[in-house]
Design a protein around this ligand. Structure first.
Ligand code: GLN
Length: 202
């Protein structure tokens, strides 16, 4: 039975747990999503999700709880990882001046440089149809809330989604990071894609 750990320290945790449940049903699989507040709850998981919220807070709480090192170790050993919005920031190797100023910890797992709150005040929250070829032809509803963007990728990181000329989705080996909130829509395709990765298909 598939078990997905959702890092539950701050942010859109229950929404991701619910989205995993819907994706499991949609793909006819048995499994569960568990709320992770301590590192030992990550032992044996098939995949890990770092939700959106406030990346400064999530990073700091991950350090305090020692979930930070556990996630790093598991991701490096090949366990699939999905980071959304603030989760994307936490996964990055490089941040912007906001990241430097707050001294927020970054896992440094993905070869991406992120810019926090990149759409400015006028566009703090919006929804846009995204073309994400790995999810099929139908546009994906992208919910952006004070979203980051990726300003640079390197190594074997691949761009999977762009919006207005900006990179908003990246995949690298066992990891996927998106700037939007797939857990806030009824479209389960991104979570289903992640579950396929958790079954070893990537
Ligand atoms: N602006 C937040 C950050 O950089 C992310 C917002 C979100 O996750 N919805 O931490």
């Amino acid at each position: 039975m598939m078990r997905i750990g959702v890092i539950g320290l701050q942010g859109a945790v229950s929404e991701h747990i619910e989205a995993v449940r819907r994706a499991l049903v949609a793909s006819g699989q048995q499994g569960e999503a568990v709320w992770v507040a301590r590192p030992e709850q990550l032992e044996g998981v098939d995949g890990i999700i770092i939700p959106g919220g406030e990346s400064t807070t999530i990073g700091k709480l991950m350090k305090i709880t020692e979930i930070f090192d556990a996630v790093k170790r598991l991701a490096e050993s090949g366990v699939p990882l999905l980071g959304t919005c603030a989760g994307m920031v936490v996964l990055a190797k490089r941040g912007d001046e906001q990241v430097a100023r707050t001294k927020q910890p970054l896992l440094g797992l993905m070869d991406i440089a992120v810019v926090r709150n990149a759409f400015g005040r006028q566009r703090e929250s919006f929804e846009a149809e995204l073309n994400i070829p790995i999810l099929g032809e139908k546009p994906f509803p992208g919910v952006f809330i004070r979203a980051p963007v990726v300003k640079e990728v390197w190594g074997d990181a691949e761009v999977i989604a762009e919006f207005m000329g900006k990179i908003v989705g990246v995949k690298q080996r066992n990891m996927v990071a998106v700037a939007f909130h797939p857990e806030l829509t009824t479209d389960t395709r991104l979570h289903e894609y992640f579950l396929r990765m958790c079954r070893g298909q990537f």
